[in-house]
Design a protein around this ligand. Structure first.
Ligand SMILES: NC(=O)c1ccc[n+]([C@@H]2O[C@H](COP(=O)([O-])OP(=O)(O)OC[C@H]3O[C@@H](n4cnc5c(N)ncnc54)[C@H](OP(=O)(O)O)[C@@H]3O)[C@@H](O)[C@H]2O)c1
Length: 253
């Protein structure tokens, strides 16, 4: 872990070695946060993220296998980041994910577990750790936990069953957490649709999805996610809400 000292509030973006996580971390760096990013295996990508972010703010990069983190790990992670950057962690964006196919007929237990570990259990423990971290400051300003969900939480599809179930559980947890942690933090979610093509999707699949599944008939942009992030952070009377950023895809049943 490397760091430059800072007193700015810290935003931790979990899963920021590339794509949407990187964009959110960079955006927050430009808007007054010190940044901590986690990644799992993409060292080069994480370094590129850190190089971009460091033009605007101090940054620490931490390799973490979030799928096996337990409660003490999460508490240590947040405490360590706070010590390194000499400020409270005020915001966590949980963006880590993988997007693989599975169907109900031959759903594999290990695949199911891996999905729940990364999409449900790790963000649950991270939100809980943030809550306890905020209690350690005498007069804490409210913190924010924002989890990246998916518009699929409003639908029933049959091709990525473990992914979809684990994201649905995440959404429900975040609503419970919004109630449970309301004295110290707001908890909200963003549910993207067709923003960036997944590596597990072919060009043809992605284009078919946009033409047939997205009512607005166009791909969304990372900028749309950043606009939503800004709104969730600025509107201090919001907690326990999910915002689908999906051109209406969640309406398709
Ligand atoms: N892209 C879209 O259009 C879209 C659509 C719907 C929902 N979403 C949601 O929006 C979020 C961002 O999407 P994205 O496409 O930018 O994400 P992504 O590329 O699929 O994943 C981003 C990050 O997750 C990390 N990660 C994966 N497994 C991990 C593990 N076991 N432990 C720790 N880190 C792990 C990756 O680290 P390494 O690369 O270093 O391994 C990477 O930094 C995700 O939660 C996704 O489900 C995105």
């Amino acid at each position: 872990m490397t760091a430059r000292l800072s007193k700015k509030p810290i935003a931790l973006v979990a899963g920021a070695s590339d794509r949407i996580g990187r964009a959110m971390a960079l955006h927050l760096a430009r808007h007054g946060y010190s940044i901590a990013i986690t990644y799992r295996s993409n060292i080069k990508g994480a370094q590129e993220s850190a190089d971009l972010i460091s033009q605007y703010s101090p940054v620490v990069t931490i390799p973490v296998e979030l799928g096996t983190c337990n409660q003490p790990d999460m508490h240590s992670l947040i405490k360590e980041i706070s010590c390194q950057l000499e400020a409270p962690v005020k915001l966590i964006i949980y963006s880590a994910s993988f997007f693989e196919r599975s169907n109900a007929v031959d759903l594999d237990y290990q695949h199911l577990l891996a999905n729940f570990n990364i999409h449900t259990f790790a963000p649950m423990l991270m939100a809980q750790a943030l809550y306890h971290h905020l209690q350690t400051f005498p007069q804490p300003a409210k913190g924010n936990f924002i989890a990246m969900c998916d518009q699929r939480v409003y639908r029933r599809t049959t091709t990525r069953v473990a992914y979809e179930l684990s994201k649905k559980s995440l959404l429900e947890f975040c609503r419970i957490a919004a109630l449970s942690f309301a004295d110290s933090m707001r908890v909200n979610t963003i549910s993207p649709g067709a923003i960036l093509q997944a590596t597990s999707e072919t060009d043809e699949e992605f284009q078919r999805l946009i033409s047939k599944g997205v009512p607005l008939k166009c791909q969304g942009s990372v900028e749309n996610i950043l606009q939503t992030l800004d709104f969730l952070l600025q509107c201090e009377y919001l907690t326990g809400v999910d915002i689908p950023v999906d051109g209406g895809e969640h309406l398709q049943g």
